[in-house]
Write a protein that binds this ligand. Sequence first.
Ligand SMILES: [Zn+2]
Length: 255
Amino acid sequence: MTKSSLTAISTKPAPEDTHSCWSCGSMRAAHFCESCGKVQPPAPVDYFTFFGLPPKLNVDVPALEKDFYEFSRKLHPDLNARSGSQEQEWSLEQSSLLNDAYRTLRDPIKRTEYLLHLEGVALEEQSKSATEQARASGEIKKQIVPPDLLEEVFELNMQLEELRMGQKMGDDDPDLTADINKHKNALESKHESLLQELQALWKEWDQLVDCQLGNQGLAASQAQRTEVRDKMVDVLNRRNYIRNLVRDVNAALEE
Ligand SMILES: [Zn+2]
């Protein structure tokens, strides 16, 4: 694994990822040959490794973007249109892997979720489609209210109930709507602050990865990694919970 600094993402693979080019036999980069430019067979690697990055959460996004465009050009299927169909196929596979890797790593939340997935964590399915599915089937989706939101959620649910009753009766209560909006705004700022909380955890995580890469405190770091990992899961779950709640509030207000 290469130890890329934040300022310079290495487009060159670590030596162990380097094999000889299938076409010209010289040493090649992971995805295309540096000598002849031929696209190489895709290797089953994770998105970080694809970009020659260590599994760290602070990513230099402009540098990532630059690498993305460079890889895009070199792996583009059109560029390889006249070469053999095998290379054309690799080119398509590599390009699709490149797009997925870039879309995932450039987004702070997707990047964190992906890293947690690599660490074996299955995050709660709280996506919009899951919520809609649960609604359609009439089943109540089990969501654990984050303890720090219990009071807020309880009050908000009472108000939403009141709002729905008023709507049925054709009553309009501007005070109630204003109050609900106030709660909604509070939730939205909480949502924002959770991103900062997450970023603080990135820093802790990256330090542990650096320790491990440097072989310092290897034994101690596994327990620490688990601790930071679980904290990140907690932040993401709270964030998802708030996002869903705000969506419900917006739906109720629009009725
Ligand atoms: Zn070559």
